[in-house]
Design a protein around this ligand. Structure first.
Ligand SMILES: Cc1cc2nc3c(=O)[nH]c(=O)nc-3n(C[C@H](O)[C@H](O)[C@H](O)COP(=O)(O)O)c2cc1C
Length: 329
């Protein structure tokens, strides 16, 4: 049995990297793993797209032996498509699947997928059933929100129904679908959900720092949590969170650590895709890690003007010794 076929472990010191459309690609997942993520999720993949030999969709399925345990997140409105897709995905080596029932961007809602399923619970349950049937026991999770809006809150009822059809874990981002990312995540609802069902519960929502993670896991008693936006700004958040759990101190990046992180991420990107498009992506992505450093704008504009991978790597090396990143503006 390879690691991918083992059961997932849901433990407080085993944080996940959340599904992040446009970001949780193979290089970023490997970076997160290197820095303490235990389980990593792909971004949401259209189940319909899988049948169209779409190059974009195929790229989202790229993986690697170190990219494990890996959860493939799917979205779509039709149970039969899931039943057809999952056996093919299992043949390709995927073992764990998640259903996106939380994304509330207009395009996804219009397709009847993501959080639209919270308006149509029978459809959600029938997809969950099909997924469990084709993926097997212990292999399917569902990511939900609190409900369509405050007047139609249904997460406790939905979770019970999902438990009844054999879903293995639930992730809750405790906002209503209509809220998108406004307001704040109601962690108290995660605590309620944990009391309500006997499934592993993964906490999501407003986990911007390792400190937030420790507060959330303590307040909610969730089985584990997933970092999303927090990881985009600090891919070492997973290891920092585990340190804090162990009462060990953490600190913000030194320039040397920042340089090392940039080099790691750029190198991973280049290894898997050295195209000009990938260069453009990483140029805009990497400077986020320097948030909080003074003169971050200088780093951003220097990176943005790099035309080659070599230039970008040279700049990343130089970050270690450039005092402009630690002096005040
Ligand atoms: C850029 C971005 C992309 C996201 N993509 C997905 C996705 O593909 N699937 C999904 O279930 N959630 C997605 N989410 C939601 C996150 O997984 C997470 O639940 C949400 O951001 C709340 O966590 P946070 O407040 O700690 O960021 C995305 C969020 C962001 C910011």
């Amino acid at each position: 049995m390879n690691t991918n076929q083992q059961r997932l472990l849901f433990e407080k010191d085993k944080p996940w990297l959340a599904p992040l459309a446009g970001y949780s690609d193979l290089p970023f997942r490997l970076l997160a793993k290197k820095h303490g993520a235990h389980v990593v999720c792909t971004e949401m993949v259209s189940v319909k797209g899988l049948f169209h030999q779409n190059r974009g969709t195929q790229k989202l399925l790229a993986t690697h032996k170190d990219d494990t345990p890996l959860v493939l997140q799917l979205f779509g409105p039709d149970a039969p498509l899931f039943e057809q897709a999952i056996p093919l995905l299992k043949e390709r080596g995927f073992s764990f699947f998640d259903l996106n029932a939380g994304c509330s961007v207009r395009k996804v809602l219009k397709s009847g997928s993501g959080a639209a399923l919270l308006w149509d619970v029978p459809r959600l349950i029938s997809i969950a059933k099909s997924m469990v049937k084709s993926a097997g026991e212990h292999a399917v999770g569902i990511k939900i929100r609190l409900g369509p809006d405050e007047s139609q809150e249904n997460y406790l009822d939905v979770a019970k129904k999902l438990e009844d059809v054999g879903v293995a874990w639930i992730t809750l981002h405790p906002r209503y679908a209509k809220e998108l990312f406004s307001g704040h995540a109601r962690w108290e609802c995660i605590a309620k959900l944990k009391e309500h069902v006997n499934l592993p519960i993964i906490a999501s929502g407003d986990l911007f720092t390792a400190e937030d993670g420790v507060r959330c896991i303590t307040e909610t008693n969730a089985d584990t949590l997933m970092f999303a936006r927090g990881a985009l700004y600090n891919p070492t958040i997973f290891a920092q969170y585990n340190k804090l759990l162990n009462n060990e101190p953490i600190h913000t990046f030194t320039p040397t650590e920042l340089s090392k992180l940039l080099i790691e991420h750029i190198t991973l990107y280049k290894h898997f895709d050295d195209s000009p498009a990938a260069l453009r992506r990483i140029r805009s992505f990497a400077p986020r890690y320097a948030k909080g450093f003074n003169k971050i704008k200088i780093l951003r504009s220097q990176m943005a003007s790099c035309e080659t991978w070599e230039e970008l790597l040279t700049l990343a090396h130089a970050v270690a010794s450039l005092d402009i990143f630690i002096e005040s503006d």
